[in-house]
Each structure stands twice: as structure tokens, then as C-alpha cells.
Design a protein around this ligand. Structure first.
Ligand code: ASP
Length: 439
């Protein structure tokens, strides 16, 4: 058995948190490969080391003095080192970083030092070998992750080792220049390492005990999702759920490796399992509810639209020309509605409208703003009659007007459009009907 364990920033924010992480790793011999983030927030108003590094490098880039800022960052690590009573110093590393900041080594290099240094501390603390991610994780010249080269080098390297620490978030171009993933990217590194060693499990340790059925800011103490499939998670993620970096799914998914989201502060909790497919029924008909406010609907009508070849293409081209992606596309016989993000659309509204007029020559174009979309997702919906009916009657009872309904052909999700102001009430009504009344 081999597990890859990734720890997020809040799990590694202080010596105390490191100790929790140490006992989690030592509790199971299978936890052989460790991927740490940079130290995160110790308390709500605290600053993540990654953000401190960005700010510090910003000064360096503008030719300003950055000594104090760098010293503050070093203090964060020194506190961890002394709290853990480790016999190590990062003096040399910080001298090197200072030199590289002065010679403007780049923003990505700067940000990556958070994980690099934390990896060094972690390796020392655990007695594991440290591997610089820049030597095993690669990006191509266009800046895209080079999965093939990485897999080759990384799996070769790790196959000879019993355990190791690989810092998250960064890798390097072929010429050795450091490049990071997008923010939260240590999740991706964990997934890549899991793939490289054909791990049995990728454990992703964070500060929550897995995914919740609904947003806890809207529902008081929502229940946890025990098991979710990758596809269900995608449906929920794209509406705004945010425990795991979206791109972290792909490497492990290719290998069929499950991800287990766990809580460093509550290690006895089994967390949430993310799996390829499962015969396990979810406790409720739905697996999760997620949503987002701030959409516009552009409603286009034209008589005989359904028989006009190329109409949809022309409409979508109008959006494409303004570089606007669409979120949903429900249609009727003579109508087509395009849901877009309001903040992206609003400044380009008239440009898009005139392009639609010019290219598709519709009878009318009607725009409605301040809409919210809610995704109700669940693999259990497929085999259940009446799911949609229950959603709609719950919303009707809550006096909520439904503006749009869209059921994906996978029968795994139903998307509902409501007014922004009805968003929270709609989620509560749906949660209540499926979870509280437990049908
Ligand atoms: N430290 C990086 C960030 O704050 C990456 C990560 O934590 O995954 O975004």
C-alpha cells in the first residue's frame, strides 16, 4: 500500500499544526509521500506566507528595499523550526532567495519559495528525503503542465524511494526556470505524485472534514458528503465549491485513484471520498447543492428558429467575438437563452447585442440581469422518479419563482435559475426537502 498525503497551508501554519501532521503521518506506514503547501493563516486576520512572498517580491521588482518583509517571512519559518526543536537553519536558503529577488528571478520563483522552504522543514521533521519539485515536475514552453515528461521523471525517481517530501505548487520549465500552478495548486502536485507512484489513495488534508451537501453559510450545519464521484464533483465545482483545486482531479482520475479529503484538526473523521464510480448509494437522492449569483440571461427569439440551420452558431459567435463564455444554453422552439456571467458581460453588452442582430437577425433580444444558478447534483437522481417535481414543489412552497430549468442529459444534475434575491431561500428549500425530511 502507498498513500500520498497532501497538507494544505492551514495544516502547516505553525509548529503546533506541524505536530498534528507528524502524528497523522506516523500513524500509518503507508503514508509515504508527503506534499506540503506553504504555511497558511494561523488565525483569521493572519497572512499566508505565499501572499507575503508575492508582496515582498513586488517591492524587489520595483527596486525598493524588501529586507524587513523578507525577515518577517523568515520569522514564520524560524518559529516553526524552534517550536519543533529542529536542529536546522534556513539562513543559507534565505540568503539565496534575497540574491535571487534582487536579480529579479520572477514572481513564480518568489511564490514557490513558500512550499520549497516548508518542504525542507517537513523533510527534516519527518526524517524523509526532500525532492525539489523543480527537478521532477515540468512545464512546456507554453507554460502548460507537461504530464508525460513529469510522469517519466517523477515515477522513476520515486520508485526507488521508500518515502519523500515533494513541495507542492511549483515545477520548472525545461531550462530550469521555476513556474507555479495557479493558486491552491499544491492539490495538483499531490495528484501528480499519486499518479506517479500508482498510489492506492490520495489523501488531501485540509481544515474541513470533507465536502458538505450545501454551503454552511446558507445552511446551518449541513451534512457531510460521504462519497462523491469525480463527475458529480465537477458539476458542483463549476458552480463554486472550493475545497479542492479543480485541476487536481485529472491526474488521479486517469489512474482510478480515489481522493480522500480529510481534516487535520479532526483526523478521526473519515472525510469525503472522491471516486471514479461507485455502486454505493448516497444517503439522499441528491449528493450536493451548489450555486452562484451574478448571471445575466440573454433571451433571443425568432420565428421558425428551429428550422434555421446555423442560427445557434451565429448567436454563439457573437459572444465568442467579445471573448465571453456561456454558462448555460436552454432553448425552446423559437427561443434560445444564453446565460453569462454578469460581470464579464455587462461592459460588452451592447457590442454583443449588435453582433447578434447583425449575424442572426432575431425578432427580439431580451436581457435579464441579477440571476442566480443553482445546481442540484446526484448520481441517485437517475433512478428516482419525482426528483424534479420535488424540487419545484419545494420552491413553489417557498414562494420562489423559477426562471429557468435545465436537466443535463446525464440525469445527474438539474440546474435552476432564480432571482439573486431568492438564491439562499431556494437552496434552503431544496436542502430541506431532500435532507431534512430525509426522503
Ligand atoms: N501556497 C499556494 C497558495 O496559497 C498554493 C497552495 O497552497 O496550494 O495558493
Amino acid at each position: 500500500m502507498a498513500k500520498v498525503v497532501k497538507f494544505g497551508g492551514s495544516s502547516l501554519a505553525s509548529a503546533e499544526q506541524f505536530e498534528k501532521v507528524g502524528s497523522i503521518i506516523r500513524a500509518e506506514e503507508d503514508r509515504r509521500f508527503v506534499v506540503p503547501s506553504a504555511p497558511g493563516k494561523r488565525y483569521k486576520e493572519d497572512t499566508k506566507v505565499t501572499d507575503m512572498l508575492y508582496a515582498c517580491y513586488d517591492l524587489a521588482e520595483r527596486g525598493k528595499d524588501f529586507k524587513n518583509e523578507l525577515a518577517e517571512i523568515k520569522k514564520r519559518y524560524d518559529e516553526i523550526i524552534s517550536g519543533l526543536k529542529l536542529d536546522m537553519s534556513l539562513d543559507d536558503e534565505f540568503k539565496e532567495i534575497e540574491k535571487n529577488f534582487k536579480s529579479k528571478a520572477g514572481k513564480d520563483y518568489a511564490a514557490s519559495r513558500g512550499e520549497f522552504l516548508n518542504g525542507k522543514v517537513m523533510a527534516k521533521y519527518l526524517g524523509f528525503e526532500f525532492i525539489d519539485a523543480a527537478t521532477v515536475i515540468f512545464f512546456n514552453d507554453e507554460g502548460a503542465f507537461d504530464a508525460e515528461k513529469t510522469q517519466e521523471v517523477l515515477s522513476e525517481k520515486l520508485s526507488k524511494m521508500n518515502n519523500a517530501v515533494v513541495p507542492g505548487f511549483y515545477g520548472a520549465y525545461a531550462d530550469g526556470r521555476v513556474k507555479t500552478f495557479s493558486r491552491g495548486g499544491s492539490d495538483i502536485t499531490g495528484s501528480i505524485v499519486a499518479k506517479a507512484i500508482h498510489a492506492d489513495v490520495y489523501e488531501n488534508w485540509t481544515d474541513v472534514s470533507g465536502f458538505l451537501i450545501a454551503d454552511p453559510r446558507i445552511i446551518d450545519k449541513p451534512q457531510k458528503i460521504e462519497t462523491i464521484t469525480y463527475r458529480e464533483l465537477r458539476e458542483l465545482a463549476y458552480m463554486g465549491a472550493s475545497v479542492l483545486h479543480e485541476d487536481a482531479i485529472f491526474p488521479v482520475r486517469q489512474e482510478g485513484i480515489p481522493i480522500n479529503i480529510r481534516n487535520t484538526n479532526d483526523p478521526g473523521n473519515s472525510g469525503t471520498w472522491i471516486v471514479g464510480s461507485t455502486g454505493q448509494k448516497s444517503k439522499y437522492t441528491i449528493t450536493g447543492i451548489a450555486g452562484k449569483k451574478g448571471f445575466c440571461s440573454v433571451n433571443i427569439e425568432k420565428d421558425m428558429m428551429n428550422s434555421e440551420v446555423g442560427f445557434g452558431r451565429k448567436v454563439l459567435q457573437a459572444f465568442e467575438e467579445s471573448d465571453i463564455s456561456f454558462e448555460h444554453l436552454p432553448s425552446g422552439i423559437d427561443t434560445m437563452t444564453v446565460f453569462v456571467h454578469q460581470d464579464e458581460f455587462i461592459n460588452k453588452e451592447q457590442k454583443v447585442v449588435s453582433a447578434i442582430q447583425r449575424m442572426a437577425k432575431p425578432d427580439t433580444i431580451d436581457i435579464e440581469s441579477d440571476l442566480a444558478l443553482i445546481a442540484v447534483v446526484g448520481r441517485g437522481m437517475k433512478s428516482m422518479r419525482g426528483t424534479a417535481a420535488r424540487i419545484f414543489s419545494a420552491l413553489a412552497h417557498a414562494h420562489i419563482n423559477i426562471k429557468m430549468i435545465d436537466q443535463g442529459s446525464s440525469e445527474m444534475n438539474i440546474i435552476i435559475g432564480v432571482a439573486n434575491e431568492d438564491f439562499e431561500d431556494a437552496i434552503r428549500a431544496i436542502y430541506n426537502i431532500f435532507v431534512e425530511t430525509c426522503l
